[in-house]
Design a protein around this ligand. Structure first.
Ligand SMILES: Nc1ncnc2c1ncn2[C@@H]1O[C@H](COP(=O)(O)OP(=O)(O)OP(=O)(O)O)[C@@H](O)[C@H]1O
Ligand SMILES: [Mg+2]
Length: 246
């Protein structure tokens, strides 16, 4: 697999996603083609219901398109076997869900470590998880369960969890949606640093134009279709990420 900065990491070619609701078909995505290159920091913007989460889920191989092709590092995802798909999701991708998807019975630390719980957590893993929780300013909430946290705090736990496996690709659905503008700005600066210094490729869905301005490009979608792509500025990719896919 290639891992060169500037080469395509993800590509959607003419993808559609239709949901059947009784006699009605909802066209959530209608022929979208986009590409994401290694080292880019992109934002998807669009009104509520325009298909942003649907597109992000397809790009993260969390759902399948109704038609069209999705390529990861140039490889058609429909050709991936179960092992390759689970390797991609577990080792290569960090996904921050719009609805957090935290486990209610686990505390913050355990939620960050959740993907490692079945195989056993090592001392270094726990140390790393605590560092990540401190990084998102939750060092004082390690033993709290999700129902004891504010919406913004839950969102920050889900960000720490997504970073636990040191993913080269981070997809985030409204990562600042529940935060005030100062806290949201801090998270965006943190993600931008991760992109610039560590070379993590980042794709974020947001409603918020101020947050979108941290990115290199804004992909605007309307009614399930690509409207346009705004390039905010040119910049060099500093470092390629160390992880290599299967
Ligand atoms: N599982 C589903 N079954 C049926 N319709 C769905 C399903 N998921 C999404 N939709 C519909 O597809 C369209 C796009 O939904 P999506 O969640 O991608 O929008 P979005 O742009 O992320 O919106 P928001 O900004 O509110 O999160 C919407 O009309 C939604 O109602
Ligand atoms: Mg959404």
């Amino acid at each position: 697999m290639n891992e060169k900065p500037g080469e395509k990491i993800l590509e959607a070619v003419n993808v559609t996603k239709h949901y059947r609701m009784g006699n009605v078909t909802v066209k959530a995505l209608d022929g979208v083609s986009i590409e994401i290159k290694h080292g880019e920091f992109l934002v998807i913007m669009g009104p509520s219901g325009s298909g942003k989460s649907t597109l992000l889920h397809l790009l993260g191989a969390l759902d399948l398109p109704s038609s069209g092709t999705l390529l990861i590092n140039g490889k058609d995802i429909s050709q991936f076997d179960d092992f390759q798909l689970s390797m991609f999701r577990r080792n290569y991708l960090g996904f921050i869900f719009q609805t957090f998807n935290l486990v209610p019975t686990l505390n913050c630390l355990e939620n960050v470590l959740v993907s490692l719980l079945p195989s056993g957590v090592k001392f270094e893993d726990e140390k790393h998880a605590v560092e990540l929780l401190k990084l998102v300013e939750l060092g004082h909430r390690i033993n709290h369960r999700p129902n004891m946290l504010s919406g913004g705090e839950r969102q920050r736990v889900s960000i720490a969890r997504a970073l636990m496996n040191d993913p080269p690709l981070l997809l985030a659905d409204e990562p600042t949606g529940n935060l005030d503008s100062v806290s949201g700005g801090k998270i965006m600066s943190f993600l931008k640093d991760l992109n610039r210094k560590e070379g993590v490729t980042i794709l974020i869905v947001t409603h918020d134009r101020d947050m979108a301005l941290y990115a290199d490009k804004i992909i605007n979608i309307r009614d399930g279709k690509l409207l346009d792509v705004e390039v905010l500025k040119d910049r060099k990719i500093h470092k390629k990420h160390k992880k290599v896919m299967v």
